[in-house]
Design a binder for this molecule. Structure first.
Ligand code: SF4
Length: 496
């Protein structure tokens, strides 16, 4: 039976970020929203399991709901002379942790904390400080404390090289210096959660960093429906600065516009709501954008996925791998042709995609993307990887135009865009309540994250399921470029 002041390393890190998180976990857990990404968790599990092999063979402490069983198993492994123990569990005075890898070092041990990121973060040091404190209290002689994370520059060639894939960062000195801090933090977190009356704590930057808190809606329930937090593109820390200075509502912001150097874009976003303004349309500016296009226009959209551990040759951790594109070819008379590519599940899709792309898009034609920096990056990476296709790929790169420009530059603005010029806001603003353009009406895949996850996971499904997933992906990506066709049409109407 666990006690309210029991603390794991996850709980400790939450308490460091904001102790009220732990208080809410204890007394109001029903207020939490799901902010954990399934992909992030799966990545963590995958990297953690792979990292166990870094030092050679290892003994694994299997998970049990009874913590003492894991602690006893760890002790058995230690007594039996194990060199490496994965998920080594320790308990002391209501504190608990499972060390990712406990590595034998002479007459002592090294703690190795594994993360699926590509760099060390401050919160990881707090995590390791808790482990070091607890293991020391358990009588373990800890020589070193390492953070093991992915090497973003590693490029896979053949078999995975774990010594190159992972970087071991020595955090021993920093962690050891935090021993007394950890003791004080544990006492302070415990005293915070021991009080049953709800503590008063205002929202702050700690609600966002290092992790987004699950209680933001609950703790932000006093905010008005339109507040400084709704301003698109404003830095989060700037929003909190204004909030803590009492500049919260749209009226507050307008009243302090000069002092806070309110940008024209934010003024427009706010005034469109406060004064219920109609759409703002500048036909001449839209025309000058349209004049840069030549027909036929090739509306292009890629889908990509990322893997923490490279599966293919010439792949780095978290590299964007394009696996799909949709291409709507719009002729001057308005007729449309549709082409598409979707890689085969479980294979490296890049070569086949690049070959099909250069055969679908002739040299010298006008291609169009929405927020083209993403599409251009994908094309440039393909050109670097496949020099024989580089000339044709870079021709597409050079002749690409960005459909986002008229919205980004304010040539067309609607209050419904909520200050954003992403297509997910622009499209429903231009075509409200159009079921044909509503991503919610799609089956299975409704956004880029779901598309990435669906492709990454596809090979593990049955042939029938794969057929359905492929169909969902094709419909999703096809809607992306069809939406661009419709957006361009609305711009032409507006220009007239
Ligand atoms: S929303 Fe902010 S104040 Fe509320 S518990 Fe989370 S971090 Fe703390």
């Amino acid at each position: 039976m666990s006690n309210i002041t029991d603390l794991s390393k996850t709980g400790y890190c939450k308490g460091i970020q904001c102790p009220k998180m732990l208080w809410l976990d204890a007394y109001r857990p029903e207020e939490a929203e799901n902010v954990l990404s399934g992909t992030v968790m799966a990545n963590g599990d995958l990297v953690g399991a792979l990292a166990r092999n870094y030092f050679g063979g290892y003994s694994l402490v299997d998970f049990s709901f009874v913590k003492s069983e894991m602690v006893n198993k760890t002790r058995e492994y230690i007594d039996a002379g194990a060199e490496n123990i994965a998920e080594a569990a320790f308990q002391h005075d209501g504190l608990y942790c499972a060390v990712d890898i406990l590595h034998k070092n002479g007459d002592g041990w090294d703690i190795v904390e594994v993360k699926s990121s590509t760099e060390l973060h401050d919160i990881y040091v707090e995590d390791m400080a808790f482990q070091y404190y607890l293991l020391t209290k358990c009588g373990m002689d800890i020589k070193n404390v390492f953070n093991m994370h992915l090497n973003r520059y590693y490029v896979r060639r053949g078999e995975l090289d774990l010594k190159e894939l992972f970087i071991l960062e020595d955090c021993t000195e920093t962690v050891k210096q935090k021993f007394h801090d950890a003791e004080e933090n544990i006492a302070s977190i415990r005293s915070y959660v021991s009080v049953s009356e709800e503590p008063q704590r205002d929202i702050g930057l700690y609600c966002e960093k290092p992790y987004q808190c699950a209680y933001k809606r609950y703790c932000g329930r006093h905010l008005p429906s339109h507040s400084v937090f709704d301003l698109a593109g404003m830095q989060t820390k700037t929003k909190y600065k204004h909030y803590h200075n009492g500049i919260i509502t749209y009226d507050d912001i307008l009243a302090n516009a000069k002092a806070i150097k309110l940008s024209e874009k934010h003024r427009r976003q706010i005034e469109s709501i406060v004064f219920d303004r109609p759409d703002e349309i500048h036909p001449a500016e839209i025309r000058s954008f349209l004049d840069t296009l030549t027909y036929p226009v090739y509306h292009l959209d890629f889908e990509t996925f990322q893997q923490p551990v490279p599966e293919f040759d010439d792949e780095r951790p978290f590299q964007q791998i394009p696996f799909q594109y949709s291409l709507h070819i719009e002729h001057a008379d308005g007729t449309l042709e549709h082409r598409e590519f979707l890689g085969k599940e479980g294979t490296d899709p890049r070569r086949a995609l690049a070959e099909r792309l250069v055969s679908d898009i002739p040299m010298g034609v006008c291609s169009l993307a929405f927020n083209m920096s993403f599409e251009k990056t994908v094309i440039k990476n393909l050109a670097e990887q496949f020099p024989d296709l580089s000339e044709q790929l870079m021709d597409i790169f050079d002749n690409m135009h960005d459909l986002m420009v008229p919205f980004r530059d304010g040539a067309y603005y609607s209050a419904a865009m909520q200050g954003s010029y992403s297509i997910k806001y622009v499209l429903p603003a231009l075509y409200p309540n159009d079921p044909e353009l509503d991503y919610h009406n799609l089956e299975g895949v409704h956004n880029g994250s779901e598309a990435s996850a669906a492709f990454a996971d596809m090979a593990s499904h049955t042939p029938e399921e794969i057929a359905e997933i492929r169909s969902n992906l094709l419909k999703y990506c096809g809607l992306d470029t069809y939406a661009m066709v419709k957006v361009l049409r609305r711009l032409r109407e507006a220009a007239e």
